[in-house]
Design a protein around this ligand. Structure first.
Ligand code: HEC
Ligand code: HEC
Length: 273
């Protein structure tokens, strides 16, 4: 036989639930909204509250649809885009002025946001104000613990001055001839010997997020890493983290890198076609 004490009357259960609901309501009005809590797990204590809130506002209005509430690149619009919107939780960035494996500088991130990334879905945000871009940069950093560790930071690489021979067309033509040989050995398997991006091993290339990774057509007017002689030289030092594009900081000499830049510059002018 069941004891009457073990049975709850329906009214008691109802009252119990009602009381619980009131407690939950009171508690949740004290807490910030769930989005604010969960999507910034690595918010540093030193981050100014006004900057954080502005950054979150700018992010939610302009970036969330692709990069997602949690910064994981899985926003409503982001899921089917290739290359995928960056997952900020990994703390891996492609377009940097810093050495391999290091976090980008604020200036690097600001350039990406203001200028967009040509050939991808990442839009140009030149309508945002200077302080809004700076705030959203701080907000993005709250998604990954890598930003909490000072050993992941490095200053921008200081580039050597542009060699004077670039100003002399016959000298730079001679250097580009050295460059072709190096390009065919070090770059053509991916970029193709014409720089079009149709190298022999393209089909095998994947990024660190498990997606196909296409070598850039080096003849395009806009390059995501920048299209000046200096920025082409720089990407040979930095590589593109997350993509198969390696750094040639130790495998080529400074002279060899400039020779290759001279050849790439020639490809970009349509010379040699
Ligand atoms: C329409 C979709 C879309 C929107 C909206 C968008 N992004 Fe992106 N974003 C992308 C894609 C796609 C990539 C990856 C491109 C690649 O891998 O080359 C990307 C990459 C990035 C990167 C990584 C750059 C690097 O060096 O790896 C940053 C930073 C970034 N976005 C910031 C933002 C910010 C801030 C906003 C809002 C102000 C924003 N994005 C809005 C699609 C978007
Ligand atoms: C293993 C394949 C591979 C090799 C080898 C390689 N690259 Fe790349 N490279 C890539 C990929 C993939 C990208 C595009 C990465 C991205 O933006 O997602 C790229 C991007 C670049 C860019 C930046 C273009 C832009 O749009 O910003 C330059 C410049 C470049 N490569 C030059 C070279 C040169 C010069 C060499 C040889 C010294 C070389 N690469 C060797 C795969 C390779």
């Amino acid at each position: 036989m069941q004891s009457i004490d073990n049975q709850r009357s329906p009214t008691r259960v109802y009252r119990h639930r009602q009381a619980l609901a009131v407690v939950v309501m009171c508690l949740s009005s004290l807490l910030p909204s769930p989005i604010a809590e969960t999507n910034a797990p690595f918010r540093p204590k030193t981050l100014d509250d006004a900057i954080y809130k502005e950054g979150r506002y700018v992010y939610q209005r302009n970036c969330l649809t692709c990069h997602g509430v949690y910064g994981d690149g899985r926003g409503d619009m982001g899921r089917d885009i290739r290359p995928q919107p960056r997952n900020f939780g990994r703390g891996v960035f492609k377009y940097r002025s810093t050495p391999v494996g290091m976090l980008p500088t604020d200036a690097d991130l600001e350039r990406t946001i203001r200028g967009g990334l040509a050939g991808t879905a990442m839009p140009i945000f030149n309508n945002l104000k200077e302080h809004e871009i700076k705030s959203v940069v701080e907000y993005i950093k709250t998604f990954s613990s890598r930003w909490r560790n000072p050993t992941n930071y490095a200053p921008a690489i200081v580039l050597p001055p542009l060699p004077a021979w670039f100003n002399d067309s016959s000298l730079s033509k001679a250097r580009a001839e050295q460059g072709v040989v190096l390009f065919n050995t070090a770059c053509a398997a991916c970029h193709g010997s014409d720089g079009s991006g149709a190298g022999a091993i393209v089909k095998e290339l994947q990024d660190t997020w498990g997606q196909p990774s296409a070598p850039s057509d080096l003849r395009q007017p806009t390059l995501r890493s920048g299209a000046t002689l200096e920025t082409i030289y720089r990407v040979l030092l930095t590589g593109i983290d997350g993509a198969p594009m390696p750094s040639f900081a130790t495998t080529l000499t400074e002279e060899q890198r400039w020779d290759i830049v001279a050849f790439v510059a020639q490809l970009r002018q349509g010379v040699g076609h």
